[in-house]
Design a protein around this ligand. Structure first.
Ligand code: NAP
Length: 497
């Protein structure tokens, strides 16, 4: 149903899944004054950036898509990057979002002006203004490079998985891959097919389970197109089957022990030497780091041109990398280094400077680790919202479900502002800190707190990324904002006006 046009201006930062969803639902709710600021020259966020060979989603596509825009034609169960990006471009066109995106605009700072009740945004050239600021920057958008001595001195080609150099030919090259997380296990099998020699440097092994992937048959496409209700039902069944897996994320869970046995059995079955089998067995409970899914990573490790090193790289030099072996340095010559070393996941919006009431800087407020109320609002930062913010990441289900819950919540906040004829709202700091204490308490009962290193943790060990409950709980608790947790304020009009 068409809504009356609303004047409130909304700035969204980022045109990934979150930014698109926010803009689509704002338009639907009658907000027309929307700008999406995008630092790159095209939309897509993580699915625009991560074009490495084999890049794809480890959540089934019927669930890793918007509930309001089902796609009966996904080519396979776990879509590859190109198809997901194509889906996002389709959504942007269909819902007329592309025209709202201002490309090549990286917002470097955002300051809340109390007098006007507006956000003043800056890129390197200009200033922009909006009443509402929604940051949809994601948690994994800034590639992390290891802090290794000599990293600049390498004379060959070096790049990060999120910045793949497609023009650079890898055939017959001697390649070093540093890092063995979710990205690396997708590109390693692809480059192992062509590398002359592939050295993989693993700091710690991951739990991995088979990927139940396959192409969809054309009769399945026909059936889903003919009966759209079946597409919805299918999506719902995937959601339920993933949601129950959360029971494996409690510390000491029996379900997790069974999962571990199954994962270890699959690993042993696929790796041909005992040495490899030992190297690939994690010493921490399953789920502590993100569980990886793959059918081609273990077979790639068996290849004759692939060497798995259990010793972390200690330095990089002009001709390759150095590792410690039997207490002495060993140099390995390579002509290419690929960093699969992940992202700066715990600094969230940094390096963007966000300044709220009383000149408070968000980065200072988050000195001890980022926190927010349901990952969306922060005390002292009025009319400021985040999508996929602190403690909303999942280890077991689709982030799109969380994003849609957040978008619904934010739109209700905007409606309430209008209803109360207020200029801005901000969450109460005591309520927010009580909420976060509970989150951290729940995290202590989760498997993430089991003594492994992971991108969910800050350097001091605080888990700032994950939601420690079922997603159904998140949906239930955010379906209707409790406005008694918020302060609503009007801008004081100057008497000289
Ligand atoms: P990641 O999971 O954080 O893995 C980084 C890897 O680099 C780990 O093996 C880590 O070792 C290693 N590493 C980090 N710093 C290092 C250093 N200084 N020296 C040596 N090794 C170092 O990063 P990612 O693989 O890019 O994946 C990040 C996340 O992106 C995933 O968990 C997932 O949520 C998302 N992702 C999703 C998909 C998908 O299918 N949906 C695909 C790719 C990525 P340690 O484990 O020992 O720390």
């Amino acid at each position: 149903m068409a809504q009356a046009e609303k004047k409130t201006s909304v700035a969204i930062i980022g045109s990934g899944m979150g930014g698109l969803c926010m803009a689509i639902k704002l338009l639907e709710a009658g907000y027309k004054n929307i700008v999406i600021y995008e630092k790159a020259s095209s939309l897509g966020g993580t699915w625009r950036d991560n074009t490495y060979p084999g890049s794809g989603c480890d959540v089934p596509s019927h669930l890793y898509s918007f509930s309001f825009e089902p796609n009966a034609n996904w080519s396979r169960k776990f879509a590859k990057q190109e198809e997901i990006l194509h889906y996002m471009q389709h959504c942007a066109e269909k819902y007329q979002i592309t025209r709202l995106i201002q490309f090549n605009t990286e917002i470097v700072s955002a300051n809340f002006d109390e007098e006007s009740g507006t956000w003043q945004l800056h890129d390197k050239n200009k200033q922009y203004e909006a009443q509402i600021l929604v940051c949809a920057c994601g948690q994994l958008n800034r590639p992390a490079l290891p802090n290794l001595p000599g990293i600049q001195s390498f004379s060959g080609k070096a790049f990060h998985s999120a910045n793949w150099q497609h023009d650079y030919e890898l055939t017959d090259k001697k390649i070093a891959v540093i890092g063995t997380g979710a990205s690396a296990i997708q590109f390693i099998p692809q480059i192992a097919k062509k590398a002359g020699k592939l050295h993989i440097f693993q700091r710690s092994p991951n739990w991995m389970i088979p990927k139940p992937d396959r192409k969809y048959f054309s009769f399945e496409h026909k059936l889903l197109n003919l009966f759209p209700i079946l597409t919805r039902f299918y999506r719902y069944s995937i959601y339920c089957s993933l949601e129950v897996r959360f029971s494996a994320f409690f510390k000491g869970s029996i379900v997790a022990r069974l999962f571990e046995k199954w994962a270890a059995y699959n690993m042993r079955k696929q790796l041909k030497t005992e040495e490899l089998q030992q190297a690939m067995l994690p010493d921490y409970p399953i789920g502590c780091k993100r569980i990886l899914i793959s059918n081609d990573y273990y077979p790639a490790l068996n290849q004759d041109n692939v060497v798995l090193h259990r010793n972390a790289v200690t330095a990089i030099h002009a001709e390759g990398v150095t590792i410690k072996e039997d207490d002495s340095d060993k140099n390995i010559k390579v002509d290419t280094i690929i960093f699969g070393t992940g992202f700066e996941s715990t600094s969230f919006l940094a390096p963007m400077q966000v300044t709220g009431l009383n000149d408070t800087k968000l980065n200072n407020a988050w000195n001890d680790g980022a926190e927010a109320y349901y990952g969306m609002t922060v005390a002292g930062f009025p009319n400021f919202f985040m999508l996929y913010g602190p403690n909303t990441n999942l280890g077991h289900n689709s982030i799109i479900f969380m994003i849609e819950s957040q978008v619904r919540y934010i739109i209700q906040c905007l409606a309430q502002l209008e209803k109360q004829q207020a200029d801005y709202l901000h969450v109460d700091d005591k309520k927010m800190s009580t909420f976060n204490n509970k989150i951290q308490q729940a995290i202590r009962n989760s498997v993430w707190d089991s003594g492994c290193s992971s991108w969910y943790k800050t350097a001091s060990g605080k888990i700032t990324n994950n939601w420690p409950h079922f997603t159904l709980q998140y949906w239930w608790q955010t379906r209707k904002p409790d406005f008694s947790f918020y302060h609503f304020q009007k801008v004081e009009k100057s008497t000289t006006d």
